[in-house]
Ligand binder design. Structure first.
Ligand SMILES: [Zn+2]
Length: 240
């Protein structure tokens, strides 16, 4: 084999390698049924923080309104958070585009029944992560709507509800529309929220509509699935 033949063979190997990489890339990242690519990224992972923050991006129709869900502000409410993370990315025929911000508190998560003082550390850790990382990211991305997902132990007159902590403005109207179209989701505003000042209130004040979804913590998984599907469906009907 002379030098010229060797160079030609090397060039062919390079071309074949690049082509195979492109094909593998296409197969791995583009599901044939989707016209866009869902990705999951870590946006905060600092050992000084009491947890991490991830985002799942590009769910649904990339040409629709841009809507962000936030889960994990209160770590004990994870069953409801997991329900959204399970159901939304698999929802078909969505009209709008969705990102899910996931706060993973790893310090002082607590568990139900261990006393409110223990629980409050985990709640505060999640609220701090929301304010430090999710709030600025949501402002930067300038979403059309943000929904903060929570659950409650049943101390309110309603168990499954939506509300905006800021009564003037679009969020209040949009939450009202969701409740009106939902069989199982009511509009109800609790007297106070601990997490409002860390996410939904400043967002509303900056002109980004943000409302809460609250589920009953002790509802069965089947019921949680039904309610979450109702939320996803009726949020997707907004802005039409
Ligand atoms: Zn909560």
């Amino acid at each position: 084999m002379n030098k010229k033949e060797l160079i030609i063979i090397l060039i062919l190997i390079v071309i074949i390698s690049i082509l195979s990489m492109l094909i593998v890339n296409e197969l791995t990242f583009n599901k044939p049924s989707d016209n866009n690519t869902i990705s999951r990224q870590t946006i905060a992972n600092d050992t000084n923080d009491p947890g991490t923050v991830e985002v799942i991006k590009n769910i649904g129709n990339p040409n629709g309104k841009r809507i962000a869900y936030v889960v994990g502000v209160h770590p004990l409410e994870y069953q409801t958070h997991n329900t959204l993370v399970k159901l939304l990315p698999d929802s078909s025929n969505l009209k709008n585009s969705y990102d899910i911000y996931i706060i993973n508190v790893t310090e002082d998560v607590g568990h139900y029944g261990d006393g409110s003082s223990d629980n409050s550390h985990g709640r505060q850790n999640g609220q701090n992560l929301a304010y430090k990382y999710v709030y600025p990211e949501v402002l930067k991305e300038n979403y059309d709507l943000v929904i903060d997902v929570h659950s409650n132990v049943g101390a309110y007159p309603y168990k499954t509800f939506v509300f905006s902590p800021v009564k003037e403005g679009l969020a209040n109207q949009l939450a009202g529309e969701v409740a009106q179209n939902s069989e199982n989701i009511t509009y109800y505003t609790p007297d106070s929220t601990t997490s409002g000042p860390f996410l939904t209130i400043p967002l509303n004040e900056k002109g980004i509509p943000a409302f809460y979804f609250e589920e009953y913590s002790f509802a069965s998984q089947d019921i949680k699935d039904i309610h979450m599907t109702e939320l996803i469906t009726n949020v997707d009907k907004l802005f039409s």
